[in-house]
Write a protein that binds this ligand. Sequence first.
Ligand SMILES: C[S@@+](CC[C@H](N)C(=O)[O-])C[C@H]1O[C@@H](n2cnc3c(N)ncnc32)[C@H](O)[C@@H]1O
Length: 285
Amino acid sequence: MNVSECLQKGEAYLIERGVPEPKANAEFLMAEMLAVGRLTAVTQGTRALTAKETHQFLDWIKWRGKRIPLAYIIGHQPFLGINIRVTRDSLVPRPETEELVIECERLVKLSKAAAPKILEIGTGTGCIAIALAQLLPSATIFATDLSKSALDLAQKNAITHHVGNRIRFVREDLFSDKQGLRGWADLMVSNPPYIPTKELDDLEPEVLKEPRMALDGGKDGLDAVRAITLMAPKLLKPGGILGMEIGSKQGPAVAKLFAAAGLQGVSVKKDAQGLERFAFGSLPA
Ligand SMILES: C[S@@+](CC[C@H](N)C(=O)[O-])C[C@H]1O[C@@H](n2cnc3c(N)ncnc32)[C@H](O)[C@@H]1O
């Protein structure tokens, strides 16, 4: 078969299995298999594929048909212009999280902290910590997660992107007391698990393949948000910033939690889709 025939076969199979964006998915898988960009792959329609290549591509199509996330099949996901390695041990980085990072960068620059200290909670692939390390070259970052396999992956990603020496990855439960970091951080940032437990089963099949620990925010979805917010006044420097990604219906509740913790200038911001997705506040200076 040639590229074009394989793509048609792959797309038809994905349509049959109800996979969203079947054409794009088939093209991404073909591009990965040929180790070229998506555009290059689709312009090579008449290129003949070897039996091994055809087999590989159709195997991947079958996995995608089982609603395994594309990023888990190809093993990486773009995040703010860098390629983040992804495994089933970690959440797949989302485009809205890129927006969280950009706003955090802006706020840290505005604060004029000379050598900013950043604490990220629940680092997963390390995408937030790594992007911030690149955007803020004088920053020192402490990134935690409870999942050892996620931390190993994050460490590898940081080394690949040349910021391994500026990020300390530590296995730590976010519900534990971080005594050693009192008054340390100019910025605390997190994309915590924030989905209410009872809503988990209604998620897209792809999301259900991601680690439950990365998603489950407890009964009202706010267990981790509450814990992080409560510890923020202890861990932030005066004037330090807390930035968090939240569920699109959680804005008012999270704003209340931020204010109750003594944070000021509390704001809930919308993402590019117009959904209330981020909460920010700062400790009085
Ligand atoms: C929504 S994911 C975010 C991952 C990554 N920061 C991102 O934005 O793509 C939440 C992360 O919190 C971690 N996590 C869940 N419960 C935790 C806990 N009790 N203590 C520390 N980390 C936890 C998960 O392992 C997961 O990596």
